[in-house]
Design a protein around this ligand. Structure first.
Ligand SMILES: CC[C@H](C(=O)O)C(=O)SCCNC(=O)CCNC(=O)[C@H](O)C(C)(C)COP(=O)(O)OP(=O)(O)OC[C@H]1O[C@@H](n2cnc3c(N)ncnc32)[C@H](O)[C@@H]1OP(=O)(O)O
Length: 289
């Protein structure tokens, strides 16, 4: 029987509580996992399996998923950050769960535990006070397609493709991907994308609103540079302001209006009269250029 390495630290997705004050340190953009894709098997350039568990794909996949959670926890503690880019390796964004591991996780309970673990991790990722970009080089399939929806933006290289293959696997996207995709492109388009298991090339993805932009290059390094330049336009400025913006947008998306308004008041109180605000007022900035 497959080892239960995927039981989530908490049994359910964390509730969004009104957030702590954003930090005021200097920020930078960073790759979540430079040249690594969190869920891929090692032959695709993913995180290497724990040697202790070599030969047991289910356990190795569990290790990779735990590594993803660890990275998210690191990012939760990255108090000066402003943005991040999630990218894959060897021109594959992420081809989802390791199919060899999935064979060893055959019960409904296995599926639900995997789902809860990933819902927890990706919800925490989505709520980071960082502006996140999925740089889709090559394919994003299954769980990999779901991962792209946890990012705020999706940039696609000309040769890339997003495909929610779940229907063909006899399942649904359940790592929060269905809910997030519906929020991104609406229920009609989501139903088409999922029930057709459509291959979304960059042109189609842009048209239906999953992709934010098609990059010029399919080259791994050049497209990463393009993505960094693209992100830069949204993260220039003081970290406390960028982080606060992401925080209030998250609460506007997830909370009831009264709570979201309260969050806005609280977050504003950390900025109004603060250094960035006072400097801007002192400079008498004009926006007519
Ligand atoms: C539990 C469900 C879960 C969820 O979302 O909830 C999922 O994610 S289900 C998994 C969904 N993903 C797939 O079904 C992908 C299946 N793989 C493919 O369609 C292709 O391999 C593709 C399109 C990713 C890449 O095709 P390409 O022609 O470029 O290369 P290869 O097919 O030769 O692949 C190279 C090598 O990688 C292995 N591989 C790729 N993806 C997976 C995977 N998800 N699990 C295990 N192994 C994978 C592939 O088998 C090849 O291995 P090799 O030993 O060289 O034959």
């Amino acid at each position: 029987m497959a080892e239960r390495a995927l039981v989530p630290p908490s049994e359910s997705v964390p509730r969004l509580t009104r957030p702590p004050s954003p930090a005021a340190d200097v920020g930078a953009s960073a790759a979540l996992s430079e040249k690594q894709s969190p869920l891929l098997p090692s032959q695709q350039g993913g995180v290497q399996p724990d040697h202790q568990n070599e030969g047991n794909p289910a356990t190795s996949q569990g290790v990779m998923m735990l590594q993803l959670l660890e990275r998210v926890i690191e990012l939760e503690n990255w108090k000066e950050g402003k943005g991040l880019i999630v990218c894959g390796a060897k021109n594959t964004f992420c081809s989802g769960s390791d199919l060899n591991a999935v064979k060893g996780l055959g019960t409904s309970q296995d599926g639900v535990e995997l789902c809860m673990f990933m819902q927890n991790t990706l919800t925490r990722f989505m709520r980071l006070p960082l502006i996140s970009v999925a740089l889709i080089q090559g394919r994003a399939m299954g769980g990999g397609a779901e991962l792209t929806t946890a990012c705020n933006f999706r940039l696609m290289t000309p040769s890339s493709e997003i495909r929610f293959v779940h229907k063909e696997m006899g399942i649904i996207p359940s790592w929060g991907g269905t809910a997030r995709l519906t929020e991104i492109i609406g229920s009609r388009q989501t139903l088409k994308v999922l029930s057709g298991a459509l291959k979304l090339d960059p042109t189609v993805a842009l048209k239906i609103g999953i992709a934010d932009e098609i990059l010029q290059s399919s080259d791994e390094d050049q497209s990463l540079q393009e993505a960094q330049r693209w992100l830069q336009q949204f993260i220039s400025g003081p970290p406390e302001v960028i982080r606060a913006l992401k925080t209030v947008v998250s609460s506007g998306k997830e909370l009831a209006l009264e709570e979201a308004l309260e969050t806005e008041r609280d977050v504003l109180s950390t900025l109004w009269g603060g250094p960035a605000n006072l400097q801007a007022i002192a400079k008498q900035i004009k926006f007519n250029k």
